[in-house]
Design a protein around this ligand. Structure first.
Ligand SMILES: NC(=O)c1ccc[n+]([C@@H]2O[C@H](COP(=O)([O-])OP(=O)(O)OC[C@H]3O[C@@H](n4cnc5c(N)ncnc54)[C@H](O)[C@@H]3O)[C@@H](O)[C@H]2O)c1
Length: 291
C-alpha cells in the first residue's frame, strides 16, 4: 500500500478531483477511462461496493478513496463534496448511482434517481472548477415514455430541487408502477441537465447525460438468466445491434463528452442503446397494442 499512501500525499498538494457516485460497472468504466492522474472519490450507499471498486482501481494504479454516501440526501452529498475538496478542486463528475425498477419502490426511485440526481447536479454545479465537465447516467427508459408536454418538461427542468417531489405529475396516484417512476426520473434527468448546463456554462463547465440501453452488469446478467430472460433475448435479437452493450462502450461516449472533442456539447442527452429505442417505436420491438 506504499504506493497508495504516496498518492494520498500527492493528492493533498493539489490534484484535480473526480467525483464518482455509484460504484457499479458503468461508473468504473468511465472512471478508468478518464480518472488517471486525478484523485477519485467514489461515493456509494453500499460501502462494500465502493470498497470493491476502489481495490480494483487502486490495484491498477488509480488513486481512489471510497466514501459512504446517499444520493437521496443533500446532507450526504455535501459531505462527500467536502471530503473531495480536501484533495483539490473538483473538475469532473460521473453520476452513476441509481436504483432500477426491479430494485426499489416508486418512492425510492423518485428520491434517488430523480431528486438525488437533481441535487447532485445543483451542488456540484456550485463548486465545479472552471472548465470542468460532468456526465450523469440516465437511461433509454426516459426515451420510451411519450412526450409529457412543454409545461411539465419545464417544471421538471427548473423547479427548485426542494419542491421537485411535490409536483403533481410525481404524486403516487399519477404513477402506474416502478417502471413508470423510473421513466419519469430519467426524463427529468434529461431536463435537469439542460437547465443545469446554463448554470455550469457560467463557469465554462459542461454537463451532459448518457442514456444507455441494456448494459451487461452482474445485475443485468441475473435478469437475463431470470424469469424475464426471454424478454431480454427477444430484445437483443430484434434490435439493430443484435446484442446488449458493455460499460466500456458507455465510457466511449463519456470520453467524447468529457474530453476536448466534446467542447461544443453541453446540456445534451446521448442515447446509446444499439438501436433498441428505434426498434421500439418503428420496428420489430413495437408493443402489440401501440399503434
Ligand atoms: N445496467 C444497465 O443496463 C443500465 C441501463 C440504463 C441505465 N442504467 C443506469 O446506470 C446507472 C448505474 O447503473 P449500473 O448498471 O452500473 O448499476 P449498479 O447497480 O451496478 O450500480 C449502481 C450503484 O448505485 C448504488 N446506489 C443505489 N442507491 C444509491 C443511493 N441512494 N446513494 C448512493 N448510491 C446508491 C448501488 O449501491 C450501486 O453500487 C443507474 O442510474 C442506472 O439507472 C443502467
Amino acid at each position: 500500500m506504499g504506493f497508495h499512501t504516496n498518492n494520498e500525499e500527492v493528492g493533498k498538494v493539489n490534484k484535480e478531483v473526480m467525483i464518482v457516485t455509484g460504484a457499479g460497472q458503468i461508473s468504473m468504466a468511465i472512471a478508468r477511462r478518464l480518472g488517471y492522474g486525478k484523485k477519485i472519490i467514489i461515493g456509494d450507499k453500499n460501502i462494500d461496493n465502493a470498497n470493491r471498486i476502489t481495490k480494483i482501481m487502486n490495484d491498477a494504479g488509480f488513486d481512489v478513496i471510497p466514501v459512504e454516501m446517499d444520493l437521496s440526501s443533500r446532507k450526504s452529498i455535501l459531505k462527500m463534496i467536502k471530503v473531495a475538496q480536501n484533495y483539490g478542486e473538483i473538475s469532473m463528475l460521473v453520476n452513476g448511482a441509481g436504483v432500477s425498477p426491479s430494485q426499489a419502490s416508486i418512492e425510492t426511485i423518485l428520491k434517488v434517481d430523480l431528486y438525488g440526481t437533481a441535487v447532485l447536479l445543483e451542488e456540484i454545479g456550485k463548486v465545479i472548477k472552471d472548465g470542468g465537465v460532468g456526465v450523469t447516467i440516465s437511461s433509454q427508459s426516459g426515451h420510451r415514455m411519450p412526450a409529457l408536454g412543454v409545461e411539465i418538461d419545464e417544471m421538471l427542468a427548473i423547479t427548485e430541487t426542494n419542491k421537485l417531489l411535490d409536483l403533481e405529475v410525481l404524486q403516487p396516484h399519477n404513477i402506474q408502477d416502478t417502471l413508470h417512476a423510473y421513466q419519469l426520473a430519467k426524463r427529468c434527468n434529461e431536463k435537469r441537465v439542460m437547465a443545469e448546463a446554463i448554470k455550469w456554462g457560467q463557469k465554462g463547465a459542461r454537463i451532459n447525460a448518457i442514456s444507455p440501453g441494456i448494459i451487461v452488469t452482474p445485475l443485468a446478467i441475473d435478469e437475463f438468466n431470470g424469469p424475464r430472460g426471454d424478454f431480454y433475448k427477444n430484445m437483443f435479437a430484434k434490435c439493430p445491434a443484435g446484442r446488449p452493450g458493455t460499460a466500456d462502450e458507455v465510457a466511449n461516449v463519456a470520453e467524447l463528452l468529457m474530453g476536448p472533442q466534446g467542447a461544443f456539447i453541453t446540456g445534451a442527452d446521448f442515447l446509446i442503446d444499439g438501436g433498441a429505442t428505434a426498434a421500439y417505436f418503428y420496428g420489430p420491438l413495437k408493443p402489440k397494442n401501440k399503434s
